[in-house]
Design a protein around this ligand. Structure first.
Ligand SMILES: C[S@@+](CC[C@H](N)C(=O)[O-])C[C@H]1O[C@@H](n2cnc3c(N)ncnc32)[C@H](O)[C@@H]1O
Length: 277
């Protein structure tokens, strides 16, 4: 299943799920892991007068904007008109970069949550530096957002690496035994908070149990907006390699060989847009 279209077809028939793929774009395999602005390389995002986003290069925090952040950002920029004048909520905001972006794209009100107070500290600084207006809440997924807030758009790039031992990575990266723990809870909470016609943008990667996409399809019409191959070395995911290999055999995780000689592999990353039914 080195071919993405084969992977996607198999996924849809196994899950009896429809994912609309018209207009989906492929993003580059490799990206810089830090935020860069104003350049001409394909992954660079040009935002005028953006102050550098503060990140703490500390693996224990979820602050680093990564390939997924970039993919979501590019889709949001493309969807500027859908964001204008809307109430947007970013769940698991990390640096706050995507929230700042939504503010810049003309959202009427931007709310952001994170479970980690250190992330929120940085996100607040970034928002201030960039003269944006974002309302922050600390808590688990959407639980800290007051029910009175009428949200139109929810976005998330949640931790979803499968781990057999909860101490393997920080909370910024791990998504429970099959990787989909947070996604499952998130989809349920988002479906309760969004009215028909409202939407979510969700980053899903193929290491996490695809079964969770069935939950998504139950409440949302699902559109694939962007996808990419995320290359990783064996050593990068050495700690979970036996676990994801076992899950792969059970059809609960997918990755493949990218280049045998260098022991490089890839999984698929996708930006999905869900329109609440
Ligand atoms: C992969 S990072 C993404 C950060 C940012 N959204 C981005 O795209 O750059 C995941 C973020 O989710 C946060 N997080 C983890 N578990 C969470 C939970 N239960 N509720 C809210 N946020 C959570 C982490 O602290 C981290 O900042």
């Amino acid at each position: 299943m080195r071919d993405f279209s084969v992977y996607l077809k198999t996924l849809q028939s196994t899950l009896s799920l429809t994912i609309h793929t018209e207009g989906a774009v492929q993003h580059a395999d490799f990206v810089e892991s830090s935020l860069v602005y104003g350049g001409s390389r394909p992954w660079e995002i040009v935002l005028e007068n953006l102050e550098p986003i503060l990140e703490q290069g500390d693996d224990r925090l979820g602050l680093g904007a990564d390939h997924a952040t970039f993919s979501i950002a590019r889709v949001l920029i493309q969807d500027r008109e859908k964001i204008q004048d809307k109430v947007v909520c970013e769940v698991g905001c990390g640096t706050g970069f995507l929230s700042i972006l939504c503010y810049r794209l003309g959202a009427r009100r931007v709310l952001a949550t994170d479970i980690d107070e250190k992330c929120l500290k940085y996100a607040r600084k970034n928002v201030k530096l960039n003269r944006a207006d974002v309302l922050f809440f600390q808590g688990d997924l959407l639980q800290s957002i007051p029910k009175a807030e009428s949200i139109n758009i929810i976005l998330s790039n949640l931790p979803q690496k499968p781990v057999s031992d909860p101490g393997t990575f920080s909370i910024a990266y791990q998504g429970g035994f099959d990787g989909a723990d947070l996604l499952r809870k998130f989809i349920f909470q988002a479906s309760e908070r969004l009215n028909p016609g409202n939407r979510l943008y969700l980053f899903y990667h193929s290491l996490a149990n695809p079964q969770v996409l069935q939950d998504l399809g139950q409440h949302f019409e699902v559109f694939l907006r962007a996808w990419k191959r995320r290359i990783f070395t064996y050593y990068e995911l050495e700690k979970i390699f036996p676990h994801i290999s076992q899950l792969k055999k059970e059809g609960k995780s997918f990755f493949d060989i990218y280049e045998e000689r260098t022991r490089r592999y890839f999984f698929y990353g996708m930006v999905l847009e869900g329109v609440r039914r």
